[in-house]
Design a protein around this ligand. Structure first.
Ligand code: UTP
Length: 271
């Protein structure tokens, strides 16, 4: 067998592995949304790397998060997940920096770590698309197959928050949720400033002005970054920032009950 024949065989095998139809092999598939493209129940989640990837992956925490997602899917919600890099990414990026990598190369390192984290997340879910996706438009295909698309980073100079905003924009998702390790957006870093103001509601413009103020002060950074904010603003994507450690609160928000978190939208009134 020559190289070309070997490649053809390999390609045929890959085709067999690529699911063409929704696969109904899980216990909840009969409840799972038949049309996962119902954008009114489609939620894009940016899973902050700080939640599950501090040093080594927190497999127990990931499993609990995944079971909440599995449970909510049984209620008819569908999800796209975008996983951040966390401390693991920061460690790799600083090693790359110490060894002379330039900014583009450092971002590539960061992207690779986010994808590695995303792969671990994929393994924990009942019905994830089997590989980490690398292009925004692949999300639609995976959803139409009844799968949960899972992404890491996509583009150098971006972050996974901005990636999640782009995906929410492309899919007309009902809401973008940013799960992080604080319970919402504050005027300043609440861990360093006890008098920081908490916002229940924020307009896009107010969020951007808070961000500009934070960026003008050394060492401060907001929970969302500017590219993410500009995307949610231009497409008026309702965005919720909340604590990803409190899964009961997260589930309450998804099913429309009271919850603690900051809602960013065009209807927000000045607080
Ligand atoms: P994160 O999205 O986790 O970045 O990606 P972050 O906002 O710095 O992390 P947290 O929220 O504070 O923990 C990790 C790194 O991967 C690269 C960037 O270098 C980023 O800092 N990255 C990620 C990209 O270059 N492009 C992407 O699309 C995503």
């Amino acid at each position: 067998m020559d190289m070309f024949e070997m490649f053809e065989d390999y390609a045929k095998e890959q085709e067999k592995e690529e699911p063409k139809e929704p696969v109904s092999n899980s216990s909840y598939s009969s409840y799972a949304p038949q049309n996962s493209m119902d954008s009114s129940k489609l939620i894009v989640i940016s899973v902050g790397g700080s939640l599950f990837f501090k040093g080594k992956p927190d497999s127990a925490g990931i499993a609990k998060f995944a079971s909440s997602i599995n449970e909510l899917r049984q209620r008819g919600y569908s999800f796209v997940l975008v996983c951040g890099g966390g401390e693991t990414a920061r460690n790799y990026v600083s090693a790359g920096k110490a060894l002379g990598a330039n900014n583009f190369e450092l971002d590539e390192i960061g992207i690779n770590v986010t994808r590695l984290n995303a792969q671990v997340l994929t393994n924990s879910l009942d019905n994830a698309y089997p590989s980490v996706l690398t292009e925004v438009k692949q999300a639609k295909k995976a959803l139409l197959q009844g799968k949960i698309p899972v992404f890491g980073g996509l583009l150098p100079s971006f972050t996974t928050d901005a990636v999640s905003a782009l995906i929410a924009e492309y899919l007309n998702a009902s809401v973008l949720v940013n799960l992080t390790n604080v319970d919402g957006v504050y005027s300043m870093d609440p861990k360093e400033h006890s008098h920081a103001k908490y916002f229940n509601n924020l307009s896009y413009d107010k969020l951007i002005s808070l961000m500009k103020l934070a960026e003008s002060k050394p060492g401060q950074h907001m929970v969302l970054d500017l590219p993410c904010c500009l995307i949610i603003k231009r497409s008026k994507i309702k965005t919720i920032v909340m604590d990803g450690n409190d899964l009961e609160n997260f589930k309450s928000m998804i099913i429309g009950m009271d919850f603690k978190g900051t809602i960013i939208s065009s209807e927000a009134k000045e607080e």
